[in-house]
Design a protein around this ligand. Structure first.
Ligand code: ADP
Ligand code: ADP
Length: 245
């Protein structure tokens, strides 16, 4: 059974003289524990699709048609508060810019603890312990010290590790990663991708990995959807799709 089902998704923007259809008739599913890669050129509609699934499509963009189901239930029509809860508890997110997920004004530990405590009944003390364990798990050295530092005190790669810890801290069933390494030095991109993949596997989370980088998909994904001009041009097992000329 599918964890996530996207059916005939259509995303529109109003324009001066009509409507721009940015995503059109996009359908796919993600099974529990699976890594689905979504590739395509810039402007193909990948990010809009990822954002729309989790209710973060920014106006004036809007879902004009289609449905999104998570564990068999529609989520495209949920009220804001319910979607927000779902994003914290069941669906983790990793974006290109770590500061989309991390608030620069709070210590990283505070943000992990706040997220853990919002979605579990852990005590402050237990949540802090869990936050330190998570930082260790994503490869942050000296986590007992780093837990009390602010996001700007981390390098880009380390900050993205913190974001991954934040995305995984309540054991989501799905992680949506949108160009998670594009802003990082090439030398650390592969490390972050393999970390993301390993951790999601360990935590039993499926991944929707949005990237323009076919190499990343070849290394990481089970299946791949190729988007072109707002549509899915091709979808299938990664070996089949990538083998084609
Ligand atoms: P990708 O992630 O594949 O690079 P996006 O999903 O970000 O592509 O965007 C797909 C297309 O949607 C863009 O090429 C553009 O035409 C349209 N689009 C995205 N954001 C906006 C916006 N804020 N206003 C108008 N059109 C937009
Ligand atoms: P809050 O009132 O706590 O900011 P939001 O619904 O804005 O509630 O945020 C819920 C989660 O979604 C947070 O983890 C936040 O970082 C993330 N989030 C909110 N808006 C965006 C966005 N436009 N892009 C990416 N992540 C977002």
């Amino acid at each position: 059974d599918a964890l996530l089902e996207v059916r005939n998704l259509r995303i529109e923007f109003p324009t001066r003289n009509g409507t721009l259809v940015a995503v059109d008739d996009v359908s796919f599913d993600i099974k529990p524990g699976e890594v689905l890669g979504v590739v395509g050129e810039s402007g193909a509609g990948k990010s809009l699709t990822g954002s729309a699934i989790i209710g973060l499509l920014e106006p004036p963009g809007r879902i004009a048609d289609g449905q999104v189901l998570f564990q068999g239930k529609r989520i495209d029509n949920l009220p804001y508060e319910k979607l927000r809860r779902l994003r914290g508890a069941e669906i983790g997110m990793v974006f290109q810019d770590p500061l989309t997920s991390l608030n620069p004004l709070y210590r990283v530990g505070e943000q992990l603890i706040e997220t853990i405590r919002t979605h579990t009944d852990m005590s402050e003390r237990a949540a802090r312990k869990r936050a330190i364990e998570l930082l260790a798990e994503v490869g942050i050295p000296s986590p007992e010290r780093r837990v009390d530092q602010y996001p700007h005190q981390f390098s880009g790669g380390m900050r993205q590790r913190v974001v991954i810890a934040l995305a995984l801290c309540v054991n989501p069933k799905l992680v949506i990663a949108d160009e998670p390494t594009t802003a990082l030095d090439v030398s650390i991109q592969a490390q972050i991708i393999s970390l993301l993949k390993r951790l999601c596997r360990d935590h039993g989370a499926a991944v929707m990995l949005v990237t323009h980088d076919m190499g990343v998909i070849a290394e990481t994904a089970d299946r791949v959807a190729v988007m072109y001009a707002g549509r899915i041009a091709e979808i299938g097992p990664v070996q089949e799709v990538i083998k084609r000329p």
